[in-house]
Design a protein around this ligand. Structure first.
Ligand SMILES: Nc1nc(=O)c2c([nH]1)NC[C@@H]1CN(c3ccc(C(=O)N[C@@H](CCC(=O)O)C(=O)O)cc3)C=[N+]21
Length: 295
């Protein structure tokens, strides 16, 4: 069993980006600039956004963090997005999800200029991705593909089982894995809460992408010997022995599944850091006016 080390690979990607940014600066070109919007004080969201802003600083990007109270009106939030759209110095805009209930997420996403939508959530960018056109690919699926690519995991002709059909992870990753590209060329089965024979399907998987959001959901009896496991879960579970009061658990029961696999991502240190690396790549591409072609 080998660990797919997202921390290590994300550091390598960040180092590459740092070099490219230094080149941009030396050539008198603009420095990539990511603007992140955080509404309210959800602990997990704060951690992720802080990590994104810190990573920007590490590799020489500019970043702006706009923090708003939980009570911010939808109109006020939309006005701020419009300002960022119109600010030529801002290359990438990210609105951390989830948003408070009184704000229409769809409207917020629709308001972001598609050419600055480094999350790849705008319907225009989703449409382009589905059509196989160059666009911003959502950070988590993109990060997973970069991780598989880095470790040269064979994917052609393999059966990939994706568990979870979210718009942010499950659905886009199933599309990317089925693409005629490397990594890609998988036969994909997309499973979800209404799937009746999940265990039998998982046992046929060469690759499992677990994106359910339930701690320890994938157990050893669901995994074929030698399978590749990508664990997208980042579940905070109460743990009084930790200073933070919680520990992070993936969607995969790591200790019992790991011995059966050829490759597995840990949590933390797997898909999470790759998500940030992918976002930074998208922001670089936004700054130089390029889109990612995953075909
Ligand atoms: N508009 C938007 N874009 C996102 O990309 C987005 C979002 N909203 N909402 C929430 C999810 C989640 N997400 C993560 C990013 C980094 C880690 C990460 O770095 N995790 C570390 C551990 C971090 C910790 O200690 O909690 C790890 O797995 O090693 C995890 C999760 C981005 N998301």
């Amino acid at each position: 069993m080998q660990i797919l080390d997202g921390k290590l690979v994300s550091e390598a990607i960040k180092a590459q980006l740092a070099t490219k940014v230094a080149e941009l600066k030396a050539a008198g070109k603009k420095t990539p600039h990511l603007a992140a919007i955080l509404v309210g004080n959800n602990g997990a969201s704060e951690t992720y956004v802080a990590s994104k802003v810190k990573s920007c600083a590490e590799i020489g990007y500019n970043s702006t963090l706009l923090r708003f109270d939980e009570q911010i009106s939808e109109k006020h939030l939309l006005d701020h997005i419009t300002m960022l759209n119109e600010n030529a110095d801002v290359d990438g805009i990210l609105v951390q999800l989830p948003l408070p209930k009184h704000i229409n997420e769809e409207l917020v996403i629709n308001t972001i200029d598609p050419s600055k939508d480094v999350d790849g959530f705008h319907p225009m960018n989703v449409g382009k991705m589905v059509s196989g056109l160059p666009t911003f690919v959502p950070a988590t699926p993109y990060g997973i593909m970069l991780l598989l690519e880095h470790y040269q995991i064979p994917t052609k002709g393999k059966h990939a089982v994706v568990i979870g059909r979210s718009h942010i992870v499950g659905t886009p990753v199933s599309i990317l894995l089925s693409r005629s590209a490397n990594p890609g060329n998988c036969t994909v089965t997309l499973c979800h809460s209404q799937t009746t024979n999940l265990k039998e399907i998982c046992l046929q998987a060469d690759i499992i992408v677990a994106a359910i959001g339930k701690p320890n959901f994938v157990t050893a009896d669901m995994v074929k010997e030698g399978a590749v496991i990508v664990d997208v879960g980042i579940n905070r579970v109460a743990d009084a022995s930790k200073k933070s009061g919680f520990r992070l658990l993936g969607d995969v029961k790591f200790d019992e599944v790991a011995p059966k696999c050829s490759f597995i991502t840990p949590v933390p240190g797997g898909v999470g850091p790759m998500t940030i690396a992918a976002l930074l790549k998208n922001t670089y591409h936004a700054a130089i006016g390029q889109k990612v072609n995953m075909n």
